[in-house]
Design a protein around this ligand. Sequence first.
Ligand code: PLP
Length: 391
Amino acid sequence: MIGRVYLDNAATTPVDPVVAEAMRPWLEGGSGNPSSLHAPGRLAREAVEHARRQVAALLNADPGELVFTGSGTEADNLALIGISESFAPREFHLVTSGIEHPAVLSTCDYLIRRGAEVTYLPVEANGIVSPASLQAALRPMTRLVSVMAANNVTGAVQPVAELARVAHEHGALFHTDAVQAVGKLPLDVRIQSIDLLSLSAHKLYGPQGVGVLYLREGVELEPLVHGGGQEGGLRSGTENVAGLVGLGKAAALALASLAEENARLVRMGERILTDLASSIPHAYLIGDRYRRLPGHLCVGFQGQEGEAIKLLLVLDELGISVSTGSACSAHHSGEPSSVLLAMGFDPVRARGSLRITLGRFNTDADVDRLLKALPEAVESLRPITTHSPVT
Ligand code: PLP
């Protein structure tokens, strides 16, 4: 990606060179099977357990409370399906929100087909779920509440600790999909009272295809993948040693730089917003102004909402990578974003957002290039046609 300005860190982050270096010996030299008893096997086991301690430190979890998976999606599936299987389908009511990632929403569809009941909490116009709406949705059979820690489209940060408290007062478990939040927000499973949490290495400068489910000690779960009994029997399959070494290193780097890096990303994000306010007056920020992931901007262009994909492609031609809505919906690029619909946008406006997400390797020079290119790109679009009120 030489010469390219990559501003799509919410879709995936580049692997940190320090992470790649840590993984290299496990890729080049190969790795023993962590279940083998000989020296290479024991070495691989120690590497996996070291990674487990590094990830646990980032979450303030106990290393024994982590289950390594093949992705954030798998961790979400394991949480929701794994908990639901402890109950008869008709005795399982799950509360989630309308702005979850498809990894949660499609799993809910599956659970509904199996006879479970699911309630989708609404969000405020700023993209945030209110604890009061959760309180109102609880039923006697509510066993699990799953609300994401931060949204992948708007970056809106959810009140996880309050939601967990409401769930617990009712006797339900609380799961959070923290794939977008881990490494960007300080998370503490003890202080925030989280029972289950999903994360993914490729959103924190680690490799793709590596995920984790945190499972508070004592929480019972049925596995989805059966086999040799790895990961305490909760996720069979030979461990991805190189990938886990990378995840562990990524977690350690995130922990060491969180506060400083956040301040840098907030500063760069604010610079973009301030500049856009004068260079593109009809641009508006979607989602909460302050309760937002650092460096995460979801922007609409009033009257030009139908042109978001064209805008993305114009910027792409200019060597700048951003996304519309979310990478996962790129396959459905003509469809409105379900997150923006849940926030009350009409279908036309829900199709038209640009997501700019800054990350560790972005510099002020990248911001300069965006701020020069974006007004020209917007100018090149079809003229503004309608002026609907900002929500
Ligand atoms: N949850 C959220 C909020 C995400 O943003 C993503 C990825 O974009 C996922 C889950 C899925 O994670 P993975 O790509 O590791 O399957």
